[in-house]
Design a protein around this ligand. Structure first.
Ligand code: IVH
Length: 680
């Protein structure tokens, strides 16, 4: 094996890396594999073999160096000198005691012997790895997958509290310093106010806001965000030989060093050899948690001496000599603005409290399930109540209790309705069960089907509103009627499984875009029995608007060529159904549908009509609108210029005059006929 890899050897490795990367890109990013798994594995093994031969030729971006996950491709990748690990958790004081006993054992400390401990806050932000070379900040990287992060140097440099040069005359050759980038609560609130005012998306919590700000591709945007950071850890350290202070003997000493170099550290710490002091520190921090200017999610307890930490070693990529003590779920108080009922796939009616948005353990909560009537009764939750909210196991928000002492007398009790809010049919109370169910055949399924039809490509064409998402929207009670679609906000979607910021924005935009569809697509989308796309087009051409179509009597409808009695009956029935009529009206409030284009040179273009008598179905206004919609004009008196006299019952002198002048006299049915010709 040659001492140095040859140039062609390196080129070979580089080319393999490139090929594999392009396949990775196609597979992971584009979701469109370009080769078989077997072929990929073969190339991968070939690269591994070459790299084993010459580890010095391993490319920093070689796919063999990827452990799991991968940073987005917009930022440069940056490999950490020493991996950034994670921490084990303790959820209770008992678990903390177990941890202490475990550590005592692994580091071989005799019972009774003092172990120096160090504890500090667990900042709830984004971990960052700074590299200083000869005192100069040369690189900053996010954690990434622990091995490789994203190079956010330019963005980090905009954080004014981070020194660009260490404040020391004796800097190490190279050192990695670890900390957490955060956003203070007040800055987070100001940022969200600004986002809202400028019509941009709001962040769910300070951590997301910090991450979003740091991961801006444009550093000038990051510069406008008042990010901060606190430092607590060390990665690689390469001191000068004569430097006896590095690496430090203990974390507490190291912290002093960081501080002296000008790096921000947080004052509230605990240095002790007694477990009981650690417990007190945790309790004390928890009691001031809400008063801190930033979010924390616990306390990190660490062996102070580096020698002890080394001896304790690692388990599952976490140092065994450290633990994150996580606080009990945080409780918040908010107001129940309303209680709504959602109907699940099986028809179960579930009451859901809509509360004034509130942060619980760092996540904004707006909807909280109340499960069933007996739960509401047991907790006595009323509309208008202030309630204590918590996230159980930091996941599902729940109402712990209602604050009776804050009632003012106008709170309203809630009772699950007797009728299904979706289909209005009587619900059933299942014996020996608290659940109430809508047993109407296919109630909710029917609605899902309607929604699916409405969103279809040939109807309102709402891109991205597929079956799975429809299920989620209906199950969550977000969409119970078609008009609810247009009330969806991005925030509603982000809380659903499988939604990311981008996909939520896209769907909201697609729904917005659907407001401007052609009228016929909407008529088709309503899902009126027997009204297919062709019939919808016909109706749009003839009636020109939904209110006109909705008022049309079956006789008028059958007068349209191509509409038979059964179709006419179904259309009439649809718009005479109270629920459908109300729903359609609501939709029209938000939609700006495009009326059909009248064909250039159609039969009514430039034609002058005179109306006389009472028409069987159309009012005079409707008849005029219909004529005008098709390019014709209506005049008040008959002259030689008149093309048609539209005559109904009890037509008067105008009809006489038309006959004298030999002008065509038509009835309503013939008018429909003409408009039909005009638009075909
Ligand atoms: S020490 C081996 N100290 O918590 C990792 N971590 O859950 C050493 N964190 O990735 C971590 N505040 O980003 C440490 N005072 C603190 C911390 C802290 C926040 C984060 C850190 C780490 C994560 C692990």
């Amino acid at each position: 094996m040659p001492a140095q890899p040859s140039l062609s050897f390196i080129r070979k490795i580089q080319s393999l890396v490139q090929i594999l990367q392009s396949h990775d890109y196609a597979y992971y990013v584009l979701d469109a594999p370009t080769i078989s798994d077997a072929e990929y594995d073969r190339l991968f093994r070939e690269l591994q073999d070459l790299e084993r031969e010459h580890p010095e030729a391993i490319q920093p971006d070689s796919p063999t160096q990827r452990v799991s996950g991968k940073p987005l491709d917009e930022f440069e990748k940056s490999k950490h000198g020493v991996p950034m690990l994670s921490l084990g958790n303790a959820m209770s004081i008992d678990e903390l005691r177990d941890f202490e006993a475990r550590v005592r054992k692994v580091i071989d400390a005799p019972t009774g012997a003092d172990i120096p401990w160090f504890a500090e806050l667990k900042f709830d932000g984004l971990s960052i790895n700074l590299t200083y070379e000869n005192g100069l900040l040369v690189r900053a990287a996010t954690r990434g997958d622990g091995e490789i992060g994203e190079d956010v140097t330019l963005n980090i440099k905009t954080i004014k509290t981070i020194p660009l040069r260490l404040n020391t005359t004796q800097p190490p050759r190279r050192i990695e310093i670890r900390g957490e980038v955060i956003l203070f609560k007040k800055d987070f609130e100001a940022l969200n106010r600004h986002q809202k005012e400028s019509g941009q998306k709001e962040f769910a919590n300070p951590r997301n806001a910090a991450a979003g700000s740091l991961r801006q591709l444009d550093p000038s945007i990051t510069a406008t965000r008042p990010l901060r950071a606190f430092f607590y850890g060390m990665g690689a350290c390469d001191p000068h030989a004569e430097d006896k202070t590095l690496p430090p003997q203990s974390l507490s000493r190291y912290r002093e060093t960081l501080r002296s170099w000008g790096l921000p550290t947080f004052d509230q710490i605990c240095k002790t050899t007694h477990l009981s002091d650690l417990e007190k520190f945790i309790a004390q921090v928890e009691s001031v948690r809400d008063d801190l200017p930033f979010e924390i999610d616990g306390v990190v307890v660490k062996l102070d001496r580096l020698a002890d930490l080394d001896r304790a070693g690692f388990v599952a990529r976490a140092p065994r000599g450290m633990i994150a003590y996580k606080f009990a779920p945080k409780k918040s108080v908010t107001l129940v603005e309303d209680i709504i009922v959602q109907v699940g796939r099986t028809g179960t009616l579930t009451p859901v409290a809509l509360v004034t948005p509130v942060f619980v353990s760092g996540v904004q909560v707006r909807r909280i399930t109340l499960h069933n009537q007996s739960e509401i009764d047991r907790k006595d939750v009323r509309i208008g109540d202030h309630v204590v909210v918590q996230r159980a196991g930091d996941v599902i928000p729940e109402i712990v209790e209602s604050l009776k002492e804050r009632r003012r007398g106008d709170e309203r009790r809630f009772q699950i309705p007797d009728h299904c809010p979706v289909c209005e049919s009587l619900v059933e109370r299942i014996e020996n069960e608290v659940a109430v169910r809508c047993v109407a055949r296919n109630c909710s399924a029917k609605f899902r089907e309607r929604l699916r039809h409405y969103a279809m490509k040939d109807a309102m064409n709402i891109d991205g509103l597929g079956e799975k998402i429809i299920d989620q929207l209906v199950d969550e009670g977000i969409v119970q009627h078609l008009p609810d679609l247009y009330k969806i906000e991005k925030q509603d979607l982000i809380s659903l499984e499988g939604f990311a910021d981008k996909s939520a924005s896209n769907l909201v935009q697609a729904i917005e875009d659907s407001k401007q569809r052609d009228l016929y697509r909407f008529i088709f989308g309503l899902g009126i029995r027997h009204v297919g796309e062709a019939t919808a087009k016909l109706l749009a051409q003839v009636y020109g608007s939904i209110p006109r179509l909705a008022q049309a009597l079956p006789e008028s409808l059958t007068a349209v060529d191509g509409i038979g009695p059964e179709v006419a009956k179904s259309i009439h029935a649809f718009f005479n159904d109270e629920q459908h009529a109300a729903e359609t009206l609501d939709l029209l409030q938000v939609l700006s549908l495009k009326a059909p284009k009248i064909t250039e040179g159609g039969a009514l273009k430039g034609k002058i009509f005179v109306l006389t008598g009472t028409l069987p179905t159309l009012s005079r206004g409707d008849a005029q609108a219909l004529i005008e919609a098709h390019g014709g004009k209506v005049s008040g008196s008959v002259s030689k210029k008149t093309d048609y006299v539209l005559a109904g019952e009890e037509a008067g002198s105008k009809l006489e005059k038309a006959k004298q002048l030999g002008i065509s006299v038509i009835d309503e049915a013939q008018l429909f006929q003409l408009t039909r010709q005009a638009s075909s």
